[in-house]
Ligand binder design. Structure first.
Ligand SMILES: Nc1ncnc2c1ncn2[C@@H]1O[C@H](COP(=O)(O)OP(=O)(O)O)[C@@H](O)[C@H]1O
Ligand SMILES: CC(C)(COP(=O)(O)O)[C@@H](O)C(=O)NCCC(=O)O
Ligand SMILES: [K+]
Length: 244
């Protein structure tokens, strides 16, 4: 049951900002961009704000958004030791990325079982929550774009045009394929190793690169592109109800 009927969730990742408008528990729309979009025509009762950016950048974003929605309440979400029946694995719970925290909470809420969460964004995160709601921990690796960028910016001869990045059969036989498919293989191998340990868990994926990754993965994974926003809604509502 929602405590506020109209909620705007702002999820600021290191690459993009996702805005998700809720009416009750239903998602009305999602907008993704690199700053706070104006004139959405939505007048939220409250804004739930989750940012993994620096304190300074988050404060600037907070000011921009509050100026856009001057009459809306505000709740800044942060990782905690426990929320919505999920228990944080970190000894310093506030150091777990809030996107990871909210994704884990939403995944457990949806799965009602042990669940592995893949979030493929600027970085790729994998988090595991057991069927009792205990967050067991997880991994962080560079995202696909970051891997490719690190090769381009740290070598003299890894250079190719985007039109050279084409699908192909067999082992890569061009620089473009060697790099792009090499980065994919690293992530896919990483995920398949985790699956060997957690094959009886449900698997869910989110993040801007999830779609392109999962097409290549032999593991059955549910896509939930609104996972972090759903987690923000659950935690924000719990905080407004005064349970936290
Ligand atoms: N419209 C888009 N804008 C930006 N990145 C996008 C978009 N669609 C897909 N992507 C991919 O998603 C990645 C960013 O995913 P996202 O989950 O938004 O990252 P973060 O949460 O770290 O900001 C980018 O590296 C890019 O490859
Ligand atoms: C790993 C992250 C940078 C991922 O952020 P994103 O890819 O969404 O931009 C973020 O979860 C973060 O800042 N984590 C803090 C360190 C940790 O989770 O241990
Ligand atoms: K993110």
């Amino acid at each position: 049951m929602s405590v506020a009927s109209k909620v705007l969730v702002v999820d600021a990742g290191n690459t993009s900002i996702k805005l998700t408008a809720f009416e009750g528990d239903s998602v009305l729309w999602v907008q993704r961009g690199d700053n706070c979009p104006a004139n959405t025509g939505f007048d939220p009762d409250v804004i739930y704000f989750a940012s993994v950016r620096s304190k300074e950048q988050s404060a600037l974003l907070h000011a921009d958004i509050q100026a856009e929605y001057p009459h809306s309440g505000w709740v800044t979400l942060a990782s905690q030791a426990e929320a919505c029946g999920v228990y944080n694995a970190y000894l310093e719970p506030e150091r777990l990325g809030v996107d990871r925290w909210l994704g884990a909470i939403a995944a457990y809420y949806l799965a009602k079982d042990g669940v592995v969460v893949i979030d493929a964004g600027t970085a790729i995160k994998v988090d595991v929550v057991n069927k009792e709601g205990v967050h067991l921990g997880g991994y962080i690796t560079p995202g696909l774009g970051m891997m490719e960028e690190s090769l381009l910016s740290n070598t003299a001869r890894i250079r190719y045009d985007s039109n050279e990045v084409v699908g192909g059969e067999g082992l890569p036989n061009s620089t473009a394929r060697a790099v792009t498919e090499g980065c994919y293989e690293m992530v896919l191998g990483f995920l398949e190793r985790i699956h060997l340990q957690y094959k009886d868990y449900k698997w869910v994926a989110t993040g801007g690169d999830a779609e392109s990754l999962l097409g290549r993965l032999s593991i059955p994974v549910e896509r939930q592109m609104n996972l972090v926003a759903i987690g923000a809604k659950l935690v924000g509502d719990e905080q407004l109800r005064g349970n936290k």
